[in-house]
Design a protein around this ligand. Structure first.
Ligand code: NDP
Length: 318
C-alpha cells in the first residue's frame, strides 16, 4: 500500500480506504464483514470510514466495527488504525438527531464512541452542510470535538466549493484546521472538478473520494443486467434498479473494453483513473466480499494511463 499526505497535514492516509456504509450492518453477515475488514488491514488499508447512521439499522455498522476492532485489532493496533465517523443525516427522532447543530454533533459523537468502544476517533466529520444552522456553530462543534480529545482531526463532507471555503476559514480561525473533504467522485460523478478540488488545493485540505465505483456500476457486475447478488437488487441497497439504465450500461461496456486492453478489471481502471489527480488523497471503496476487496486493491499495480486511453475514456463519458 502507498500512503499519501492528507492535504498539508501530518497525516498519511492509504491510497485505498474502506467504507462501512453497506455490508457491515446488523442485517449483514458478521463473519463476512469481519473477514473484509481484517483482510483490508492486512493489505495495508489502515483507514476505516463510518458514520453514525450506517447499518441498517442505523448505528449497527459502528457496533459491528467495535466488535471487529476488539476481536482483531485490540491493544497497540489502535495506534495503527485511522477511524472516521460522521454526523449530519437523520439519526434519531426529535429536534436533536439531525443536521448540524452543536447539540446533535457532540451528542452523536459520544454515542459513536460508545458503540465502537473507543476513546476517540481519528477524524470526525460534519456529514452535510445545514442550511439552517450557522456554519460557525457547526465548525465550533468540530473544534470542540478535537479540544475535548474525542477526535484527533476534523473534516467536512458534501459541502459545495463555496461552503467549503467558508468552513475551512472558520476552522482555521478557531485553531483546528480542516483535514479533509469527503466528496462523491467517480467517472460517472465529476462535480468536484468544477471548483471544489481547486479550493481544497489552495487551502491545503485533502480529498477522499467516496463511491468511486458509483456503488458498483463501474465494475463488470451490471454489464449483462442486474444480478441477484448485487446492491441494485438488495432492498437495503442505496443503488436503485432504475439507475442501471441501458444508456449507462452501453457506456460501461465501452469502458470495460478499454480496461480489458489495459489488463485490468473495470473496477481497477475506475479506481486508477481517480488516483491520477494528485489532489485525491485516497479512494474510499466499499466491498461485499474479500474477493472484491482484493480485486480493487490490485488496481495499484497499474495506475498509469496513456493520453490515448484518457482521450478514449473522455469520449465515452462525454
Ligand atoms: P463503491 O462505489 O466502491 O461501491 C461499492 C460496491 O460496489 C460494493 O459494495 C459492491 O457492491 C460493488 N463492488 C465493489 N468492488 C467490486 C468489484 N471489484 N467487482 C464487482 N463489484 C464490486 O463505494 P460505496 O458506494 O460503497 O461507498 C464507499 C464508502 O464511501 C462508504 O462505505 C462510505 O464510507 C463512504 N460514503 C460516504 C458518503 C457521504 O455522504 N460522505 C455517502 C456514501 C458513501 P455489491 O453489493 O453489488 O457486490
Amino acid at each position: 500500500m502507498k500512503y499519501n499526505r492528507c492535504g498539508k497535514s501530518g497525516l498519511l492516509l492509504p491510497e485505498i480506504s474502506l467504507g462501512l456504509w453497506h455490508n457491515f450492518g446488523s442485517v449483514d453477515n458478521f463473519e463476512n464483514a469481519e473477514s473484509i475488514a481484517v483482510e483490508a488491514f492486512d493489505k495495508g488499508i489502515t483507514h476505516f470510514d463510518l458514520a453514525n447512521n450506517y447499518g441498517p439499522v442505523p448505528g449497527s455498522a459502528e457496533t459491528n466495527f467495535g466488535k471487529i476492532l476488539w476481536h482483531n485489532f485490540q491493544g497497540n493496533l489502535r495506534d495503527e488504525i485511522i477511524i472516521s465517523t460522521k454526523a449530519g443525516y437523520t439519526m434519531w427522532d426529535g429536534p436533536y438527531g439531525d443536521w448540524g447543530s452543536r447539540k446533535y454533533l457532540l451528542s452523536s459523537l459520544d454515542q459513536s464512541l460508545k458503540r465502537m468502544k473507543v476513546d476517540y476517533v481519528d477524524i470526525f466529520y460534519s456529514h452535510r452542510p445545514d442550511p439552517e444552522t450557522p456554519i460557525e456553530e457547526t465548525m465550533q462543534a468540530l473544534d470542540y470535538a478535537v479540544r475535548s480529545g474525542k477526535a484527533l482531526y476534523v473534516g467536512i463532507s458534501n459541502y459545495s466549493a463555496e461552503q467549503t471555503r467558508v468552513a475551512v476559514d472558520v476552522l482555521k480561525q478557531l485553531g483546528t484546521p480542516c483535514l479533509i473533504h469527503q466528496a462523491k467522485y467517480s467517472m460517472l460523478e465529476r462535480w468536484v472538478e468544477n471548483g471544489l478540488l481547486d479550493v481544497l488545493e489552495e487551502k491545503g485540505v485533502g480529498c477522499i473520494a467516496f463511491s468511486p465505483l458509483a456503488q458498483g456500476l463501474l465494475t463488470d457486475k451490471y454489464l449483462n443486467g442486474i444480478p441477484e447478488n448485487s446492491r441494485a437488487h438488495n432492498p437495503n441497497g442505496h443503488l436503485k434498479e432504475n439507475e442501471v439504465t441501458a444508456e449507462r450500461i452501453q457506456k460501461l461496456v465501452q469502458l470495460n473494453e478499454i480496461a480489458l486492453n489495459r489488463n485490468q478489471s473495470l473496477a481497477q481502471m475506475a479506481l486508477a483513473w481517480l488516483q491520477k489527480d494528485k489532489r485525491i488523497t485516497s479512494v474510499l471503496i466499499g466491498a461485499s466480499s474479500v474477493r472484491q476487496l482484493n480485486n480493487n486493491i490490485d488496481c495499484l499495480q497499474s495506475l498509469e494511463f496513456t493520453q490515448d486511453e484518457l482521450n478514449a475514456i473522455e469520449n465515452i463519458l462525454s
